[in-house]
Design a binder for this molecule. Structure first.
Ligand code: IPM
Ligand code: MG
Length: 356
């Protein structure tokens, strides 16, 4: 049966990196029998320009009927003066909550060919393979009440709410433990339980869930310490499970261990493995339109899509092998090396490696 993939390029470098991922998908279609149909939609600033809304009804209908979603990136200076509820980022957050994509998997893997691209010493990061499991539809990103209010004395006050219910914690903990069972069987739960009640409950529930996974070793770490440990000795981690905001911050940090944020893919999954796949980096307006962005995070996101949502493990392996091959061949975009090739040349190199 033909599966539908919604393609949402978004803003900034989004359209450039998505074009390369689409090249890869089309190669799989034409040469390796992948039976998919690609349907494009607007999201973010591009959608605001076209329709006035960051997540238009047509796009929502498209992603709801699709089997998987591939997203570039959203946001840019052009839309920064809009009220927060109408900004491009709301399109992304709306997709996550409308599709109930509560589990965000962000692997930080160092390709050995890039050991020298990291700002950390090669021996600290060599063979690094961490999986950050970020809760994606709750916490302070979505908690109510929120807003900016004016106090009696005329001063304005901004406020947000960090809130987690037991069921939200339990389901993300299960994703982390299930993932750990297929890896090194270690989960580190990151919280701020010494200060924040919401994460005191987080720690309690994760501990309770761990009783169902006797083969997995659970540890806990405060988020400040986790940030330090990730830079000091990142290889101590296998799976990290954490809240929406802590996961946002720690995954950017982890990306630098691997050399470049341009290398890190992600999967955002619902309870039935329907997913949205996107690079963890943003729309990078400063380099947009120059054909210099690294498309590998997006191409590796396609591999995650094939693995998690489309049940095409062999094709996923193929893409990852092709990416390794181009890195071994010394092909580099600007963020990971000298004598850099362009975005589209990198995409072509991956396609050529696939067809070899
Ligand atoms: C990410 C991004 C988003 C987030 C932004 C663009 C809303 O930083 O996916 O990590 O904060 O979740
Ligand atoms: Mg982020």
């Amino acid at each position: 049966m033909t599966k539908t993939i919604a393609i949402l390029p978004g803003d900034g470098i989004g359209p450039e990196i998505i074009a390369e991922a689409v090249k890869v998908l089309e190669t799989l279609q034409h040469s390796f029998g992948l039976n998919v149909q690609l349907e494009e939609g607007f999201v973010g600033g591009a959608a605001i320009d076209a329709t006035g809304y960051p997540l238009p009804a047509e796009t929502l209908a498209l992603v709801k009927k699709a089997d998987a979603v591939l997203l570039g990136a959203v946001g840019g200076t052009k839309w920064e003066s809009l009220e927060i509820s109408r900004r491009p980022e709301k399109g992304l957050l709306g997709l996550r909550s409308e599709l109930e994509l509560f589990a965000n998997l962000r692997p930080a893997i160092l390709f050995s060919e890039l050991a020298n691209a990291s700002t950390l010493k090669p021996e600290v990061v060599a063979d690094l393979d961490i999986l950050i499991v970020r809760e994606l539809t709750g916490g302070i990103y979505f908690g109510q009440p929120r807003g900016i209010r004016t106090l009696d004395n005329g001063e304005r006050q901004g406020f947000n709410t960090l809130v987690y219910s037991e069921s939200e914690i339990e389901r993300i903990a299960r994703v982390a433990f299930d993932s750990a069972e297929k890896r090194q069987k270690r989960v580190c739960s990151v919280d701020k339980a010494n200060v924040l009640e919401a994460t005191e409950l987080w720690r309690e529930v994760v501990t309770r869930v761990s009783e169902d996974y006797p083969n997995v070793k659970l540890s806990h770490m405060y988020v400040d310490n986790a940030a330090m440990q990730l830079v000091r000795a990142p290889k101590q981690f296998d799976v990290i499970v954490t809240t929406n905001m802590f996961g946002d911050i720690l995954s950017d940090l982890a990306s630098q261990l691997t050399g470049s944020i341009g290398m890190l893919p992600s999967a955002s999954l619902d309870a039935h493995n329907k997913g949205m796949y996107e690079p963890i980096h943003g729309s990078a307006p400063d380099i947009a339109g120059q054909n210099i962005a690294n498309p590998l995070a997006t191409i590796l996101s396609v591999a995650m899509m094939l693995r998690y949502s489309l049940n095409e493990t062999k094709l996923a392996d193929k893409i990852e092998k092709a990416v390794k091959q181009v890195l071994r061949d010394g092909v580099r975009t600007l963020d990971i090396g000298k004598n850099a090739v362009s975005t589209s040349e990198m995409g072509d190199a991956v396609v050529a490696a696939l067809l070899k």
